[in-house]
Design a binder for this molecule. Structure first.
Ligand SMILES: Cc1ncc(COP(=O)(O)O)c(C=O)c1O
Length: 457
């Protein structure tokens, strides 16, 4: 990678931009990588260096960058109108996209409430769940939420309240509403010290006693179906989601599925819920919803929830919530085009082939001395690095093993982003099989270089 001279934009980035989830003191000490363009599964920086986008630009890109059909859909919409509000008006792509989303969503979800990103999709879901019970029965005691340890539902205060990652969430606790948490489905480091399948899904079962203790008080349970993304691509054991649904039904509480990360093909099917035949009461979508082009999100609900907000004007049952860019026409046009491509049989066949290629390639990585576990669900992969494979001893935080690994990958032309000591791979659906091979080869070489370890003895 050549980056001989410091570019004025590198200086300006350091002077003016505050990057999210970034220790800026470190950033300022390094040369920033500034992207100028993209094509398919690659990104090119301002110096002309091209990199493979191994994490779909933080889990959003679906078909690749500059996909001609999505580009065209946005250009066509731009010739009509870039934005018009959904407060008191409709717009053509927002109507068409809502219909398309309902047609692919798990059965029973019939209404689409738009917002702008994953956090706002979750925020809307939490407020809807709360108001649903209040609208049905003013003063309802169903005001509480139950979530899973390791959960990540975004950075707004509602999302953080139901979050379960201390590193991100603990510092904000004084600002949050209290929630109940149950064990996450993290089999590799099971907090119940059990082993699947003998555990008989004890982590999901732990929800039962909590719902019993809080009988009649829980507005909703919120879960990331199949994969807890930010926890380190923690893949739930089969049946986990189904059991959570059953327990919610048994206790008459709502289930919110947050498919912000897992939606739109990422787990191998359009939605993760499909794989366990589960329909949530509320579904949160964002990230891949526009193919990774525009900030757009949607919260889908059942007819029953929607109807609880109907009533005479003076009853004030309307959902008093919304954002300036809700239902943005450019985003909805991109979403329509992206969904059309995703549903195409040729895309589905490629997705299946890509998942298989990824699985096969991960076998080698699994054997490395410092790879504790490789987790995969579709195109979502977490490679957990450990100091000691036998004892599962983690690397100390200060060792920055995840950062070191992705720095090695960058030298080899691949962009990755770790979650602590977990290396995340999330190729876009549109990545070619050859590019997938490169991604795997570079990941292996980078782990070897960062950990100084070859195969396990
Ligand atoms: C499951 C889940 N929910 C919500 C969010 C928040 O989405 P956003 O970053 O678009 O606000 C994320 C982001 O990673 C996520 O993984």
């Amino acid at each position: 990678m050549s980056r001989a001279e410091e570019h004025p934009l590198e200086r300006a980035d350091k002077a003016y931009v505050w990057h999210p989830f970034t220790q800026m003191a470190e950033w300022l000490a390094e040369r920033p990588l500034i992207i100028e363009r993209g094509e398919g599964a690659t990104l090119t920086d301002i110096h002309g260096n091209t990199y493979l986008d191994g994490v779909s630009s933080l889990w959003v890109t679906v078909h690749g960058h500059r996909h001609p059909e999505i580009d065209q859909a946005i250009r066509d919409q731009l010739d009509k109108v870039a934005h018009s509000t959904l407060l008191g008006l409709g717009n053509v792509p927002a109507v068409e996209f809502a219909e398309a989303l309902v047609s692919v969503a798990p059965p029973g979800l019939t209404k689409v409430f738009y917002s702008d990103d994953g956090s706002t999709a979750v925020e809307a879901a939490l407020k809807m769940a709360y108001r649903y019970w209040q609208n049905r029965e003013p003063g309802s005691r169903r005001t509480r939420f139950v979530s899973f340890r390791g959960a990540y539902h975004g950075d707004t205060l509602g999302g953080v309240s139901v979050g379960g990652i201390d590193l991100f969430h603990a510092a904000f606790r004084p600002l949050l509403f209290p929630t109940e948490q149950v064990p996450g489905p993290y089999c590799y480091r099971c907090e119940l010290e059990l082993v699947y399948p003998e555990c008989e899904l004890a982590c999901a079962e732990a929800l039962g006693p909590v719902l019993e203790r809080l009988e009649g008080e829980v507005a909703a349970v919120i879960v990331e179906p199949l994969v807890q993304g930010a926890a380190g691509m923690v893949t739930a054991p089969p049946g986990h989601l189904r059991r959570v649904r059953e327990l919610c039904d048994a206790h008459g509480t709502l289930l919110i599925c947050d498919e912000v990360a897992t939606g739109f093909g990422r787990t191998g099917t359009i939605f993760a819920c499909e794989q366990e035949g589960v329909s949530p009461d509320i579904l949160c979508l964002a990230k891949g919803i526009t193919g990774g082009y525009m900030p757009l999100a949607a919260t889908l609900v059942t007819e029953e929830i929607y109807e609880a907000f109907l009533g005479p004007y003076e009853a004030q049952k309307a959902f008093f919530h919304g954002h300036s860019y809700t239902g943005n026409p450019l985003g909805c046009a991109a979403g329509l085009a992206s969904l059309r491509i995703l549903q195409r049989p040729s895309t589905q066949a490629h997705l299946k082939a890509l998942v298989e290629r990824l699985s096969a390639g991960l076998e080698r990585i699994r054997t490395l001395a410092h790879v504790g576990e490789v987790r995969q669900r579709g195109l979502m992969v977490g490679i957990e690095l450990v100091r000691d494979k036998e004892s599962r001893e983690p690397y100390p935080w200060e060792e920055r093993i995840g950062i070191k690994t992705i720095e090695e990958a960058r030298l080899r032309g691949v962009i990755l982003r770790p979650l602590g000591h977990v290396i995340v791979l999330m190729p876009p659906v549109g990545m070619t099989l050859e590019q997938c091979d490169t991604l795997l080869e570079v990941t292996e070489a980078s782990i070897r270089a960062a950990t100084g370890g070859g195969e396990a003895a």
